[in-house]
Design a protein around this ligand. Sequence first.
Ligand SMILES: Nc1nc2c(ncn2[C@@H]2O[C@H](COP(=O)(O)OP(=O)(O)OP(=O)(O)O)[C@@H](O)[C@H]2O)c(=O)[nH]1
Ligand SMILES: [Mg+2]
Length: 415
Amino acid sequence: MNALLVAAELKTRRRSAAADSSLEELWRLAETAGLKPVEKLQVRLQAWNPATLIGSGKVQELKALALEKQAGAVLFDEELGPAQQRNLEKELGVTVIDRPRLIIEIFAMRARTREGKLQARLARFSYQLSRVAGKGGGMDQQHGAIGGKGAGEKKIDYDRRALRVKITELEREIEAIRRERDTQRGRRDSVPMPQVSIVGYTNAGKSTLLNCLTGNKHGIYADDKLFATLDPSTKRVRLPAGGWALFTDTVGFIQKLPHALIAAFRATLEEIRYSDLILHVHDLSSPEARLQHDAVKATLDELGAQGIPVINVFNKADAVKDPAVSAWAPMRLKPLLISARTGSGIDALLKACERALAKRWGDYELTVPPGSPGLVKEIYSSCLVKNASYGPAGATLSFKATPENYARLKKKATV
Ligand SMILES: Nc1nc2c(ncn2[C@@H]2O[C@H](COP(=O)(O)OP(=O)(O)OP(=O)(O)O)[C@@H](O)[C@H]2O)c(=O)[nH]1
Ligand SMILES: [Mg+2]
C-alpha cells in the first residue's frame, strides 16, 4: 500500500535537523511495516490545529496528493490525539497512522517468541487505553440528560473496562513467563559468569556484533531493517585470558520510543539492569549518531541502568573513510572503534570488557583436593586463572573472580 509521510512543526521554531532525521526514519519504519512510502512532506504551521493538527488548507492539499499518488495511508511523525486521528481519516478518506502506533504495529509484526508477542499485544492495548482514557478534549461524548450518561460516554466506559481486563490478563501471563526466567537466572547464577548487555540504537549492528563475538556469522538474525531483533538472545563468549562471559543482544531503541512499548517490554529490558557491563553500540556511519546516542542514553536512564559501567563501542568503522574525522565519536565517551563486519577492533573490545569486568573481581587462591577435576574445570570456565600449581594436596589455583563466585567455589572445595 502506498503511503504519504507527514511531519509538522511550528514556524516559530527553528527548522531542526532532528525533525528531518525523524521523518527520514519514519520512511524506514514505513518500509519495515510493509508499506510503500511514496512522498514525504514537511509542513510548517503558524499554530497547531486542535481538530486536525494541520490547517484545513493543508488537509485539502494532502487529500489531493493522496489521490494523485494513490496512497492508502497517511503517516504522521507526530503523535495524534484520538479525535485528530479520526477527523483526519474522515477528511482524507484514507487510513491515518501516527508514529507511536506504527512502531507498536511493527513490534507486533516482528515478535517471534511467546513473551515478545504478549508484550507487543500489551503495548497495543495500553496505547489504545491511553487514547480512550483521554479526558474530554474533542472526544465524541454525546451528553444525555443531566445527571445521566450519554451513549458515547457509556461506550467509552465499556471500552476502557474491556481494555483494562485484557491488559491485566496479559500482564499476568507475562509475569508468569518472567518468574520462570527469574528461576532460570537463579540457575544461571549458580555458575556466575559475568553478564554483558549489548544495547544501542536500532540497526547499529548489535546482533552482528554478537555473531562476530561468538564466531558464528549466521548465529542470530541480523538485517538492515529497523527492529530486526525483538527477542533477546544470550551467548557465551570467551575472554582473552580464558574466562567466559554471557553477552546478551536485545531489542534496539529509537527516538520517541512509545512509552507503552517501554512499559510493555520492561520485563525484557530490565535484564539490562542486572548486567555487570553495558556495551553501548553506535553506528559510526550514521549522520545521526549523536541524536541516536542521546536517545539511547535517555532510555537507559529511564530503565534505571545508570550505575552500570558502559563501554561506548562505535561500529561500522569500515563504512566511513576516515573514522577519526568523518564521524561523531567524542573523546569523552572513550570511543572504541570496531567493525563487526570485518572483525577489526574486536580483540581490543574483548580486552576492554575483561578489564571493566575485572574491576568487580578480586584476587583469590584456592586449593582443590585431588580427585575433583570437575571443580578445576569450573574454575577455569568461570574465573580468570592466573596461575596453577599441582602438589600432593591438590591443585592450587590463583585467579580473579567475583566475590560471590569465589564464596561458592570455596564451599565446593571444602566439602
Ligand atoms: N558496513 C558495516 N555494516 C554493518 C556492520 N555491523 C552491522 N552492519 C550492518 O548493519 C545492519 C544492521 O545490523 P544488525 O546487527 O541487524 O543491527 P542491530 O543493532 O541488531 O539492529 P536491530 O536488531 O534492528 O535493532 C545489517 O545490514 C548489518 O549487516 C559493520 O561493522 N559494518
Ligand atoms: Mg538486532
